[in-house]
Design a protein around this ligand. Structure first.
Ligand code: NDP
Length: 335
């Protein structure tokens, strides 16, 4: 049974008298820094002289170069992109850390796959929100929580767990609940969702779109039916609240009958899906993916550009645009 922590398991006093350096003021950095400050934690922001610096200053934070912020703090929260983190850690963070300092990661990726090896005299923890940055802030302000994955990777002081829980409480995540796991498990689950679940789900959607448009249905109607109307998002929300199968009770009897009698026709997709998902998972767990991504990083921009070009040429991009304008979805408006 997994260990799950709530507010009553955490005590903010584990951070009292300590300055927390929030390194990076982007999606997570801004949200977590604001939440920490509102929880009474002494925060200094560490940022390079770039875009986010002014945003942090405008929010009233003391902003220093990353090395200086880490030197001034005994807890460091690394909230910069994972791909730049190893170099920033080696050059600007590690040299400023003293024995007993706490280093907190919002993703287990770099530690799990050996890209960062913190010194043995540090407390090293994971506090990884299952929520985008803006959601971390919005939930906190609204008095709600958001789930997080947490874990102690290294306990040099004997107080790593209580400090980790204090961080989780101060950013607001113990209000909902924090599940304990290793950095490797957190990173693997995250990568699996991105590399197996997401693409497989996307392929189901694209297959349905193509089949229905080829069968003569107007593309805008197909996209609305499948996801643009918001009904799918609403059903997903109900899955979260009621359960994947119990939310079926909210659908019409015709819908329930059709799903019950036709659902079995897709059961034989499970074999090939499991086989491919299993291969993706194995590549992630063995460190093969992390090794490949490190090797290919310099080509990343070229790969992303090619993906974007191909994506923009797909007919679905035009259909989505037309439907979004016609139905006033998001920022799109019909002229
Ligand atoms: P962002 O991309 O939003 O980070 C931007 C910040 O990093 C800015 O302060 C930026 O400075 C700084 N930065 C960018 N490049 C460099 C560099 N080369 N050197 C120093 N600083 C740099 O990151 P996220 O908030 O998305 O992710 C932070 C961590 O949180 C990651 O570990 C991620 O895996 C994890 N996480 C993210 C989630 C999300 O929803 N985004 C969800 C859960 C976890 P400037 O703008 O001034 O250049």
């Amino acid at each position: 049974m997994a260990t799950i922590y709530h507010d009553t398991d955490a005590d903010l006093s584990a951070l009292s008298g300590q300055t927390v350096a929030v390194v990076g003021y982007g999606n997570q950095g801004r949200a977590q820094a604001l939440n920490l400050r509102d929880s009474g934690v002494d925060v200094v922001v560490g940022n390079i002289r770039d875009y986010a610096l002014e945003a942090a200053q405008a929010d009233g934070f003391a902003v220093r170069p990353i090395a200086e912020a880490c030197e001034a703090a005994s807890c460091v929260m690394l909230l910069i992109p994972d791909e730049v983190m190893p170099e920033v850690y080696e050059k600007h963070v590690a040299p400023q850390l003293s024995a007993g300092d706490l280093v907190s990661f919002a993703s287990g990726y770099n530690v799990a796959f050996g890209q960062i090896e913190p010194a043995a005299d540090l407390d090293v923890v994971l506090v990884a929100p299952r929520m985008i940055g803006i959601g971390v802030r919005d939930a906190f302000v609204a008095g709600r929580g958001f789930p997080a994955f947490v874990g102690v990777h290294q306990d040099a002081t004997g107080r790593a767990r209580e400090r980790m829980l204090a961080v989780a409480k101060a950013i607001g995540s113990t209000r909902a609940g924090c599940i304990e796991m290793s950095m490797h498990d957190e990173a693997s689950l995250d990568l699996f969702t991105e590399q197996a679940f997401g693409p497989a789900f996307g392929r189901v959607m694209m297959t349905a779109v193509q089949l229905l448009v080829e069968a003569g249905y107007p593309p805008e109607a197909v996209l609305l039916e499948l996801y643009l109307s918001g009904e799918l998002a609403y059903s997903m929300e109900k899955m979260r609240e009621l359960g994947m199968t119990r939310q079926m009770d909210l659908h019409s009897h015709t819908s329930q009958y059709g799903t019950a009698t036709r659902g079995a026709r897709f059961l034989d997709l499970e074999g090939p899906l499991r086989e491919r998902m299993g291969r993706v998972l194995e590549e992630i767990r063995s460190g093969g993916f992390a090794e490949e991504w490190s090797r290919n990083r310099e080509h990343a921009q070229r790969i992303f550009e090619r993906v974007r070009e191909a994506r923009d040429r797909m007919p679905i991009a035009r259909w989505e645009e037309a439907a979004r304008r016609a139905f006033r979805i998001g920022d799109a408006r019909e002229d």
